[in-house]
Design a protein around this ligand. Structure first.
Ligand SMILES: Cc1cc2nc3c(=O)[nH]c(=O)nc-3n(C[C@H](O)[C@H](O)[C@H](O)COP(=O)(O)O)c2cc1C
Length: 130
């Protein structure tokens, strides 16, 4: 069993597109080491992240993320367990939610992470994620 968690947060400072390069450079190898997979979506100043992996690794990463000054207002939308990963092939898929507007904008205002999970998983599987 793995834990599945989705959170939303608000970017601080430089535009997410610029900040993302740095975040991915460090996160992809670290997630691979921790057996964490998932996706990081962004639209304007909002981040949405899907994380799947061992519960203890997810807990530790969330504590790190809560302390990261590059974003704020981190809100956990959903946490549960699953027998199967939605994105087993991605340490962290990069999903530009702006290409899925206006659905993404509507989903980002929602407090239920399910629609965002579905959208990010779909975009990653369609090859829109990098
Ligand atoms: C929006 C956002 C998403 C992030 N996602 C991850 C992630 O999936 N994995 C990761 O290791 N770090 C991620 N980071 C970076 C961590 O907050 C942290 O800087 C990094 O894990 C290095 O932490 P350490 O030096 O304590 O190991 C993210 C940062 C931000 C702002």
């Amino acid at each position: 069993m793995i834990d599945r968690l989705v959170y939303r947060s608000r970017a601080v400072g430089i535009l997410p597109e610029v900040a993302l390069d740095r975040i991915f450079r460090c996160s992809v190898p670290k997630n691979a080491r921790l057996n964490i997979t998932g996706a990081l979506g962004f639209s304007q100043q909002t981040y949405v992240q899907l994380l799947e992996g061992p519960p203890t690794a997810i807990d530790a990463l969330v504590s790190t993320l809560e302390a990261d000054p590059r974003h704020t207002q981190l809100t956990i939308l959903l946490r549960g367990t699953s027998e199967r990963r939605l994105l087993p092939g991605w340490s962290m898929a990069r999903v530009d939610l702006a290409i899925a507007a206006p659905e993404a904008d509507m989903l980002l205002k929602d407090d239920d992470g399910l629609g965002l999970i579905a959208l990010m998983a779909t975009l990653a599987h369609e090859g829109v994620a990098t």
